[in-house]
Design a protein around this ligand. Structure first.
Ligand SMILES: [Zn+2]
Length: 186
């Protein structure tokens, strides 16, 4: 693997496929967390979410606005320390660092200290996220495995399997059931 570190962004070229582009917190103008709690790696679970609202974004400026809006809501309305998710993934094909790989999140009670929570920005109840957004999720998970942040034997679940919620939307939940690490009974 060939890794290029840029000031605000990590670009990872995996094989011959499109590059994974992770926009760090400074890159999207994240607020400072109120506090952080370290999370041991590698984690055994990946939890898939949708944002429902804000809706889908297709430009980087719109996806950054979505990340900021989720962070503001989680911190100011919910009273959480930070945006709840480990990462957001936009329809612009970028991954956005939330709490990141090694900080306990607030996205799935009972799993926050042992999972990476990935939010696909948009409402995926009836529509499937575009290919580039789905591909970025796959690349992000693979990168996490390669970096020993995620256990290679990880179990992947939808948020609704561990909390009473519609998340990650009916259509996206149907999609992730085809993914190799999907686990029907976490
Ligand atoms: Zn969720």
């Amino acid at each position: 693997m060939h890794e290029i570190l840029v000031t605000l962004t990590t670009v990872v070229v995996i094989g011959g496929s499109l590059a994974l582009n992770i926009i760090g917190r400074a890159g999207w103008g994240a607020r400072k967390p109120k506090f952080t709690q370290p999370m041991p790696n590698p984690v055994p679970f990946v939890v898939i979410h949708h944002s429902e609202s804000p809706g889908a974004c297709t430009t980087t400026s719109a996806c950054i606005a979505a990340m900021k809006s989720m962070q503001n809501y989680h911190m100011d309305h919910n009273g959480w320390a930070d945006i709840g998710y480990s990462f957001g993934v936009g329809g612009d094909g970028n991954a956005y660092e939330g709490r990141g790989w090694s900080t306990v999140g607030a996205h799935a009670p009972g799993y926050n200290n042992k999972s990476i929570g990935i939010c696909l920005i948009g409402n995926w109840m009836y529509a499937l996220p575009p290919d580039n957004q789905l591909q970025t999720v796959h690349q992000l998970i693979q990168y996490g495995v390669d970096q020993r942040k995620i256990n290679p034997e990880y179990k992947l679940v939808g948020h609704r399997q561990v909390t009473a919620t519609d998340c990650p939307g009916d259509r996206l939940f149907k999609e992730i059931q085809n993914w190799t690490h999907f686990t029907p009974k976490p």
